[in-house]
Design a protein around this ligand. Sequence first.
Ligand code: ZN
Length: 292
Amino acid sequence: MSPMDHQAIKDLLPLAALDRLEPEEARALQEHLRDRCDECEAELRTLRETAAALALGFEGAAPGAGAEERIWTRLEARLRPSAATGVRDLARRRPARGRAGVWRAATAALAAGVVAMAIYADRLNVQLHRAHADQRRVLAAIDSQLADLRGQLRRAGDEVGALQRVLGERVRLERVLSAPDLRLIRLAPLAPAPGAGAIVAVSAAHNSAVLQASGLPTTPEGKTYELWWITKERGPVAAGLFQAEQGRPAIAPVVAPPAGEHVLLGAVTLEPAGGVSKPTGVMYLKGAPGPA
Ligand SMILES: [Zn+2]
């Protein structure tokens, strides 16, 4: 390891780029670079390029001999009270060839300051960049959490919707069941589902009817159960669709038997999804309504 640590060497790099190192500092830097510190090597290269570009700029703007003298006099006057030691230090770093030499040392110090500021700005930029990346990561995480929450909300909404439908049907059933003119029509099972059964509660006054079925097989894909009132006048009249789920009673609002018609039978068949206007499928339940 070199006698000076990486940070100490790094602090010397702006001066090194301007060839303003003391001999022992230059030796330490050489040792450090021989130890293959890629970071310092890369930074020194960048600084040399920057310094070269700056030197060109200063060279171009360099005043003529007389002007240099005048500017130096003014600069000296301004530096003396506060920064005299700094100027002496600069002069010591490179033996001055008269005032012009000190002037060059001063411009070099200015250049070093500019280089240091450039480096500082560069580091700030890197820090900003990092902070920005961190922020983006946090935002992305928040975004995905929001998406999760939205999904949960949607599912909860769906569940609430389903519960509201069930509740609405139950409320409707309650209302029909508590109607003073309540009439119950029992539908008995047929061969395809011997354990099934249904009751249609009808309130003519409420012009409302609710079906509750149990023991029916789960509605197959692409099918629906359909209730019919078979009247003497019109034959089968479609009275509503419902789905069944094995092991759960199905409750669905249905159409009350047509008033003023002679209803011979109530029946449930399995039909294509969406229902049909005349029964085509297997009959699962049927029952006579009895006198109205
Ligand atoms: Zn280093």
